[in-house]
Design a protein around this ligand. Sequence first.
Ligand code: FES
Length: 579
Amino acid sequence: MDEATETAVTLRSRQWYGGDDRNSYIHRAWMRRGVPADAFDGRRPQIAIANTASDLTPCNSHLTEVAASVRNGVYEAGGIPLELPVVSLGETQVRPTAMLWRNLAAMATEEMLRANPIDGVVLLGGCDKTIPSLLMAAASVDLPSVVVPGGPMLTGTFRGQPLGCGTDVWRLAEEVRAGTLLEGDFLSSESSMIRSRGHCNTMGTASTMALVAEALGTVIPGVAGTPAPDSRLLEAAHCTGRLAVEMVMVDRRPSTFLTKGSFHNAIVALAAIGGSTNAVVHLLAIAGRLGIHLDLDDFDRIGARVPVLVDLLPAGRFLMDDLHRAGGLLAVLREVQDLLDPTALTVTGRPLVEHLADATVWDAEVIRPREHPLLRDGGIAVLRGNIAPDGAIIKLAAASPHLLVHRGRAVVFDSIEDFNARIDDPDLDVGADSVLVLRGCGPRGYPGMPEVANMPLPKKLLAAGVRDMVRICDGRMSGTAYGTVVLHVSPEAAAGGPFGLVRSGDMVNLDVDARRIDVEVAPDELARRSPSDAMTAAFATPQRGWESLYVAHVLQANTGADLDFLVGASGSAVSRESH
Ligand code: FES
């Protein structure tokens, strides 16, 4: 590092290492352990590598190798790499839902970034909640930060056919329930589902958040979506290590380059890729940390008319390594470049649109041309009505067109346990036109807002050939799932929302064209109703620990389901010493 660069900023870490007193001695001495003294003399950028690698987050277990490449890049650029293991969330493993822990992971990461003598951070994430929690943390600490997404796994095959992670689990499980697939055949597909290291290979939440993080400007453009086993991911990690040092030296913090325009671009990307509905709640939470006003209506206003160009499961046919082969996110964004905010910057210091100049579509089956999209209006529609006064969302690309305007009789379930107990009852009064209603699954009620909104259809209707029904829930749905599902109903039933007052037999009207979701009950009759004891008894009432803190402070889905006291930023200043 030359003298001019070295003096461009006063490093934050100099507050720990730069003095001649007892405390600086302590900070330096305990870190040296064979490292040359100039590593901790207060003049070399200290770069944390916030690593969500964990054996219990199998989608991220390879990130330690990725971290080694980041280290090389940091060293090469004159910085000091410091690995910081942070709370990790394995979507398929943790109960009751990884979303309950997203805010905990964000809070713990935020505090550890602030507490330690670091100047910048490389964020290593992959599985669904890990990139959102890291970005929420980075936004609140506001140190130079850049993401390396861990990348999707390669495509597995079963009996000659590709398997899409998640999506094909739902599909095959429904075939077993419909009686069209033997259970033994279903189970024998298990060993083929996960072909390699990496996260789910459909356009689920992990893929979506990696691509959306790049569109937001927090990843080196062109990196997101690189398959986890691809050696180019390690090259990208090396380059990201170098970039992190540069970002420190020019003081490129999230607050200096993330704007409303960055979120505009993220929403355009979310629509064009046919991404997960979970991105809505995560982007709202990240914006909340930055103090950027983003609301549910922005997703409809910006995204609903953006065509879906990416033909990936669950909305289409292909998988993530196909998207990478076809040109990746930059090729997708080039097709919709006129819809992007040209001023929105990235971690490189240059606008996102400047990185699109060389982007090329190499396979027009996977990345469709603008004039032949997978779906013309593909984003996420925001609905309101007397059962969702603060909003609900529906993913148009995952829904059946013939159900987007629908009137049907409600069949209400007061909890997921109630649903599981009754959905396959041959005597359940339900038909193909019915509307399945599931509540008690919001942030507060479950707690944590699980991915249960894509309720399995009644067995007797599956057997009769029904493959989709209108479903409404105050919870979320997996990004790998599909169906005509209205989700994130706000306020949730457990927060006193009128969604809790719907009764079986009420007629429900869904009109996506008019952006309405209503129950045909007169306002005075709805006001007279009170929540059933069965429903309120199912709401979570934790007495201690994180769940108790979470339920007391979690906000509703329409604002990002962050904790009220975590919204906003505290910066990186720490005023007091430890000794
Ligand atoms: Fe980790 Fe799907 S379970 S990305």
